[in-house]
Ligand binder design. Structure first.
Ligand code: UGB
Length: 636
């Protein structure tokens, strides 16, 4: 024991620490000899920050010593993963908890108004122009997917990016995102002839909940065709939970030698990108744009080319993608906030804050629909395009720290204790909050049918959504893909039959023909117009899947299922009359556990009865022109 005491005393004197600091925590003091000098420093910091309770239950030396060391490993992680460390976390928590207790409004002094931005109409000349500019710029972009969320509202057991975006082809979200980025890379390179093809970097932010599953999904699918070096995973750490208004850290209920932790929110993406050093690498490689997007919006890439075009044309430092929003719909509203001191900013105000803010600033009805039938505040779909140079400048100042908030659930009106522990959170769309007034912050609104169909709600909750509001479920997410593709083809002149109404998992949805294509077939409206010619028609019960890049559809009459695949060097003209029994949507009950979860959560599965499927594996020019026949037998 004497030598233990000696070595502890030595460590303390090397650190210049007076041993008295730990007199308030005898249990910790007794275990000092187990700790490294760095751990002793951390212990001192914790005690100074009023966290003595963390050691109250520590056992005598010799009992659970490994757990005690592991405790400090965790503290070291919490300290290093938060900008400016735990001390700063606790200080901010105390301030925010005091504001929350006092009922202070974070928007005090601000008046909301409707900001100006670009409202695009799919397929008009303006849209086509922005798409072309966007494709040119795309090779100067890096994509960042935030995919650390567990998706508790969806209740799906796996990671959300592994869910099929649609079940006609079974392509999962991650595959679709990667194929879209690769198609953009290729298209951008073709426009900028002569330049060396740049690989578009792709970052995925994961968390402990999603990291290993994401790696597994990528590795077991050869990165869906992307070069593994193009993809970087950045894992966000959770943050410490708080037990009370003094910001005392919560002991994990399952292990008294751990601090309880919870997710900090998608705002972590900025500090992770900053500390990774990637931003400087991108700048040195000549990149100009960073695009942030979320895990389950299967329509997003319909909006990306035009939105990059808007960023480049308007020279926006920040461009938020938005859709028309119904008043009180559960998505944030893009708002201009003007402070009494003259400051202004264009920022997302979360849906639960917009209505009270409006009421408190002279709009007695709060958030209501205007003449257009929509709220005048566009809905934030949380897909951001940031200009890299100004982004680096800003992060150099903030180290990627984003304004946080806290949302404690109090036990009673005295607001002195919480129902359960809370923590600080941050959102990636709050990035513009610290920007100087000269920053160019804008937004781009596109139609919801074209750009936004997230999968967030489980079937039970979706079925309870008030009529007229979006379900945001796996059912509606998939149907939205078919609807968008059908409407795009209609715009290009194809006679696409009207949808029928059907109910799946208690949700009434429009069922359009199941039309899907690979991103390399068409990324922009101009691509579609080039590849669709003559008089084409598609019946409601039809399915059409196009997988090859050089497939041209001309004078096609489709009533059934048609699947065309072709290698790059095979140019295929598809026309004539395709008629067969097709693929049918068969209803399934989501409570039926004999059916895979990814199917049950949509309430249907695709029954492949009959199809015309052609796969062109040799280079050359081909024509597929079936004749119209009465029987189900197809002559090609
Ligand atoms: N995510 C992380 O990567 N890490 C985290 O810690 C948390 C989440 P949700 P929510 O799309 O309409 C956002 O849970 O609450 C990822 C916007 O704040 O789906 O619905 C997660 O994996 C809101 O303004 O977000 O709200 C996912 O990819 C509105 O735009 C993403 O972050 C809304 O999305 C979003 O997580 C929307």
């Amino acid at each position: 024991m004497a030598s233990t005491l000696e070595s502890t005393a030595e460590k303390l004197s090397t650190l210049g620490i007076n041993g008295d600091f730990s007199s308030s925590s005898p249990n910790l003091q007794k275990n000092f000899h187990l700790l490294s000098p760095h751990q002793i420093e951390l212990a001192k910091t914790l005690l100074e920050l009023g966290q003595t309770h963390l050691f109250e239950h520590w056992a005598e030396p010799g009992v659970a010593d490994d757990e005690k060391k592991a405790f400090f490993d965790q503290v070291a992680r919490l300290n290093s993963s938060y900008p400016d460390g735990l001390e700063s976390y606790i200080k901010t928590a105390r301030e925010l908890l005091a504001d929350s207790k006092a009922g202070r409004n974070p928007f005090d002094g601000f008046t909301p108004s409707v900001p100006t931005g670009d409202v695009l109409t799919f397929g008009d000349d303006n849209f086509i122009k922005f798409e072309e500019t966007g494709i040119r710029e795309a090779q100067k972009a890096a994509f960042v997917l935030v995919a650390g969320g567990l998706g508790e509202r969806l209740g799906y057991n796996g990671i959300k990016v592994a869910l099929p975006r649609e079940t006609t082809t079974g392509t999962c979200f991650l595959q679709h995102y990667i194929e879209s980025i690769l198609a953009l890379q290729e298209a951008s390179h073709s426009l900028a002839q002569g330049e060396v093809q740049k690989k578009i970097p792709f970052v995925i932010m994961t968390s402990d909940d999603t990291h290993s599953h994401t790696i597994h999904l990528l590795e077991s699918n050869s990165y869906f065709g992307m070069e593994p070096t193009q993809v970087k995973l950045l894992k966000q750490e959770k943050v410490a939970c708080l037990d009370d208004n003094e910001a005392r850290l919560a002991v994990d209920p399952h292990n008294k030698y751990r601090i309880q932790t919870k997710p900090h929110g998608h705002g972590d993406v900025h500090s992770l990108l900053y500390s990774s050093g990637l931003l400087n690498v991108w700048r040195d490689a000549g990149l100009r744009w960073v695009l942030f997007f979320q895990d389950t919006n299967g329509l997003l890439f319909n909006a990306i080319p035009a939105a990059i075009g808007v960023s480049a044309t308007r020279q926006y430092h920040v461009n938020s993608l938005a859709v028309p929003r119904k008043a009180k719909e559960a998505i944030g509203g893009i708002t201009r906030l003007t402070h009494v001191d003259g400051r202004t900013m264009v920022i997302n105000v979360e849906y639960n804050q917009l209505d009270p803010l409006l009421r408190a600033t002279g709009h007695p009805d709060g958030d209501v629909n205007g003449e257009t039938g929509f709220s005048p505040f566009p809905g934030n779909i949380n897909q951001l395009i940031l200009e890299l140079g100004p982004y680096i400048e800003e992060l150099t100042k903030t180290k990627g720290g984003i304004k946080e908030f806290v949302n404690p659930k109090y036990k009673d009106a005295s607001k002195t204790s919480f129902k359960s522990s809370t923590r600080l959170e941050c959102m990636m769309q709050d990035y513009p909050k610290t920007l100087p007034p000269i920053a160019r912050v804008g937004f781009t609104v596109m139609d919801t049918w074209l750009a936004y169909a997230p999968v967030k709600n489980n079937p039970d909750d979706a079925a309870k959504v008030p009529k007229g509001n979006p379900y945001h479920s796996a059912t509606s997410g998939e149907m939205a893909i078919y609807r968008a593709n059908s409407l795009i083809l209609r715009k290009a002149g194809v006679q696409v039959a009207d949808p029928v109404q059907e109910v799946f998992n208690g949700q009434e949805v429009e069922v359009w023909p199941r039309v899907t294509w690979k991103p390399k077939w068409a990324l922009t409206y101009s691509d579609i117009k080039r590849k669709i010619n003559g008089n084409c028609s598609i019946s409601q019960r039809s399915t059409m899947v196009i997988k090859g890049r050089n497939v041209f559809v001309e004078d096609l009459s489709l009533d059934g299922a048609l699947v065309i695949d072709a290698i790059e060097d095979a140019e295929v003209k598809v026309g004539g009359s395709v008629q067969n029994k097709g693929w049918i949507l068969e209803k399934v009950d989501y409570k039926d556990t004999s059916i895979p979860e990814e199917l049950r959560i949509r309430g249907f599965r695709v029954e492949k009865v009959e199809e015309l499927e052609k796969n062109y594996t040799e280079p050359g020019k081909f024509s597929l022109k079936p004749l119209r026949v009465k029987s189900t037998h197809q002559v090609t």
